[in-house]
Design a protein around this ligand. Structure first.
Ligand code: GTP
Ligand code: MG
Length: 225
């Protein structure tokens, strides 16, 4: 019996048809009814918003900026079927007033701790400064929380192919012993790494879909009959 996973996954994940839903300043303002979401986290300016645009093939979906601290709210993008990609404010940006930053960090932390439909974290790290202190904290937290985490080493175009590969290998080496932590190269400028990132998102968001399972089960029953 063969279940055509590609067919069902392609049906679920309409990356190109992603739509902006809402910007939430607090956990309680996050959309109700979401059944699964993957959040994009990382230092300010790492390329989170750019990656969401690249993965969805839409240049202007998430706002990007040369000025760090551009994304100041928790932004939700729908992929249909109540599944979402979530663009988080960056951490570690010094120029935002402390009071504002504390508020973000608190809401960010609340979101990460309490959002039970969160099924995975994409951690973006500039390949020229991979895995700084906050990134490591995020990885440690994800592992402790049992949340899968996938690292995008962003702006891979800034290094030669060989240097980028070496950085990837050393990051992979570093996370090798951790459960459900993986890494890949990514460049929004060169549109590279898109398929690998999409595959990870599809895997996480499809597993979380009860309808998808029952659809597969139904198909299985038909095939077995
Ligand atoms: N060369 C290169 N530049 C990139 C890439 N991705 C993003 N950038 C640039 O990096 C800057 C920051 O990108 P954003 O996507 O806004 O970063 P962010 O992580 O969302 O930043 P905050 O919202 O401030 O946390 C922008 O000037 C982008 O054009 C990439 O793959 N290659
Ligand atoms: Mg941003």
């Amino acid at each position: 019996m063969i279940v055509d996973e590609n067919r069902t996954q392609a049906k679920t994940m309409n990356f190109n048809q992603a739509e902006f839903v809402t910007s939430a300043a607090t956990l309680s303002a996050c959309p109700v009814g979401s059944i699964a979401e993957v959040a994009f986290a990382g230092r300010s300016n790492a390329g989170k918003s750019s990656a969401i645009n690249t993965i969805t093939g839409q240049n202007r979906l998430a706002r990007i900026s040369k000025t760090p601290g551009r994304t100041q709210l928790i932004n939700f993008f729908s992929l249909g079927d109540n599944k979402h990609l979530v663009d988080l404010p960056g951490y570690g940006f010094a120029k935002v007033p402390l009071s504002v930053r504390d508020k973000w960090q608190q809401e960010l932390e609340k979101y990460l701790r309490k959002r039970d439909v969160l099924t995975g974290l994409i951690l973006l790290s500039d390949i020229r400064h991979p895995l700084k202190e906050f990134d490591r904290m995020m990885i440690e937290w994800a592992v402790q929380s049992g949340l899968p985490l996938h690292i995008l080493l962003t702006k891979a175009d800034k290094l030669t192919r060989g240097a980028a590969k070496n950085t990837l290998l050393s990051v992979q080496q570093e996370v090798k012993s951790l459960d459900n932590v993986s890494a890949q190269l990514f460049s929004s400028l060169k549109n590279s790494g898109i398929e690998e990132a999409r595959a990870k998102l599809t895997q996480w968001l499809t597993v979380a879909d009860p309808n998808e399972n029952s659809e597969q089960e139904q198909k299985q029953k038909v095939d077995e009959a």
